[in-house]
Design a protein around this ligand. Structure first.
Ligand code: GAR
Length: 205
């Protein structure tokens, strides 16, 4: 069983998918703390409804980004978190967090990285007219939306897709993939090779 901290900034539908997977026994983990970069994030309500402690930060907290990360770090260490899960966290993670959780911070992005990083991955891919896009789960690094890739799922862009219909399909893949990847981590099957490539061990039979 792994102890998770979750960082978010918005709706928290990925947080919800992780909570549901834990409740349904598909993910052997507990969420010890949810930290939001914004006080009005709906994800905070989802956490509270699930009985998870929350910390809400404000824009002012991030005026000094290193101090903000040191503060987050302190809160996470108080509850002994093993892994930090970014679920729609629209801020960079910086050295205080990266050093406290080396290769233990995970991010999800709604595109096939390294293509279309940033805050608008779905819209950017749609506007570029790509025929295939997808979802990436990766270990976070000091550069936003980069770091060793753990898993990816491809999603075809259909002729009749609108941005909204594509968004819907991408989000539903995210909600499946994120708990699955976290379960691989909980099972100790994810490691990073010396060359930086992630290796996933076969399930023991
Ligand atoms: C998700 O689509 C996630 O992949 C994206 O933010 C959304 C958050 O939704 N993250 C990024 O774009 C990171 N660059 P949620 O708040 O409903 O989970």
């Amino acid at each position: 069983m792994i102890k998770l901290g979750v960082l978010l900034s918005g709706s928290g539908s990925n947080l919800q998918a992780i909570i549901d997977a834990i409740v349904e026994g598909r993910l052997n983990a507990s969420i010890e703390l949810v930290v939001s970069s914004r006080p009005d994030a709906f994800g905070l309500e989802r956490a509270q409804k699930a009985g998870i402690p929350t910390v809400a930060l404000t824009r002012e907290t991030y005026i000094d980004p290193l101090a903000a990360d040191a503060l987050i770090c302190e809160e996470l260490q108080k509850v002994n978190v093993d892994y930090l899960v970014m679920a729609g966290y629209m801020r960079m993670v910086r050295s205080p967090l990266l050093q406290a959780f080396p290769n233990r911070i995970i991010n999800i992005h709604p595109a096939l990285l390294p293509a279309f990083p940033g805050a608008h991955g779905i819209a950017d891919a749609f506007a570029a007219g790509v025929k295939v896009t997808g979802v990436t789960v990766h270990f976070a690094s000091e550069i936003y939306d980069t770091g060793p890739i753990i898993a990816q799922r491809a999603i075809e862009v259909r002729e009749d897709d609108t941005l909204e219909s594509l968004e819907q399909r991408i989000h539903s893949v995210e909600h499946q993939l994120y708990p699955e990847v976290l379960q691989l981590i909980a099972q100790g099957r994810v490691s990073i090779r010396e060359d930086g490539v992630v290796r996933i061990e076969e399930e023991a039979t």
